[in-house]
Design a protein around this ligand. Structure first.
Ligand SMILES: [Zn+2]
Length: 69
């Protein structure tokens, strides 16, 4: 499965890439989301959701990012 990142409630979350604008789905961290049509408009500096990052790395078989907090 492929993913893409988009801003949602103050963080940059990952969602399945087949989730189209207007579809109901959820982020990798389990938040309900309906992707907007222009998610990055004015929103390109939001912080990463580390829970999405963790789940994404787990599913992709990547090593966890070394976060200390
Ligand atoms: Zn998230």
């Amino acid at each position: 499965m492929r993913y893409r990142w988009l801003p949602h409630s103050g963080r940059r979350h990952a969602i399945p890439d087949e989730l189209y604008p207007g579809d109901e789905g959820e982020t990798l961290c389990g938040d309900p989301i309906v992707p907007p049509r222009n998610p990055w408009q004015g929103n390109n500096t939001w912080a990463t959701c580390w829970e999405c990052d963790r789940v994404w790395r787990e599913r992709e078989g990547l090593r966890p990012w070394p976060v200390t907090c």
